[in-house]
Design a protein around this ligand. Structure first.
Ligand SMILES: Nc1nc2c(ncn2[C@@H]2O[C@H](COP(=O)(O)OP(=O)(O)OP(=O)(O)O)[C@@H](O)[C@H]2O)c(=O)[nH]1
Ligand SMILES: [Mg+2]
Length: 192
């Protein structure tokens, strides 16, 4: 009989327009579930579209996708909505998640602060993936770490959310980091 794979839940979070839906879509091996709605005129003055002026839709509930990393490990990916008014979804979406990717856009770095705070407070292991938008100034991961005041062990990497291999690399780094955090717990006797 074939082994049943481990299935774990991962969140893809970050500020409005950071590329969450793009990442879940680029990496998913199934047709991703999306909940996009058109950004209407009512958004003007409420949603900051600077830097993503071409954006016409926004996630109003969640994105969902799946990727098999190895025969034994399947990731279920949940993309969060980026706009503040959908914060009420986050606690529900986060239930059972073992780790999170916080996508950052260096043109609007402060937009990912709430995601970083949220996972720090919940004790959810997360990594920061800087989505390299065309035309955005390039920063070194170390500069982003300082700007976001991250703990030294939190991995920060650069990515292109539109590319499957790049997004997959981010998820592999997250899984490695989660495993490392859990083995620290074990070594420190917390799980004993
Ligand atoms: N150049 C470039 N454009 C990107 C990249 N990732 C996303 N985009 C574009 O940026 C826009 C925003 O992407 P989304 O994936 O909708 O962002 P989101 O974080 O899901 O947005 P919300 O759900 O509204 O918070 C889209 O028009 C994408 O095509 C990237 O890596 N590089
Ligand atoms: Mg989205």
């Amino acid at each position: 009989m074939d082994e049943i794979p481990y299935a774990i839940k991962i969140l893809v979070a970050g500020g409005f327009g950071a590329g969450k839906t793009t990442m879940v879509g680029s990496v998913s091996e199934i047709e991703p579930l999306r909940t996009e709605e058109v950004i209407t005129a009512e958004s003007v003055g409420i949603d900051d579209l600077e830097g993503v002026e071409q954006k016409t839709t926004t996630t109003v509930a969640m994105d969902f996708g799946r990727i098999t990393l190895t025969d034994g490990l399947v990731l279920y990916l949940f993309g969060t909505p980026g706009q503040d008014r959908f914060w009420f979804m986050w606690d529900e979406l986060s239930l059972g998640a073992v780790g999170a990717v916080v996508l950052a856009d260096t043109r609007r770095l402060a937009d990912c602060f709430p995601s970083v705070d949220y996972f720090e407070q919940r004790g959810t292991p997360f990594i920061v993936a800087v989505n390299c938008f065309d035309g955005a100034k390039r920063y070194r991961p170390e500069d982003v770490r300082v700007a976001l005041d991250l703990d030294p062990q939190v991995p920060v990497l650069l990515c292109d959310a539109r590319r499957r291999d790049s997004s997959k690399g981010v998820l592999i780094s997250l899984v490695e980091y989660v495993l490392q955090r859990y083995s620290e717990l074990e070594n420190n006797g917390v799980l004993a």
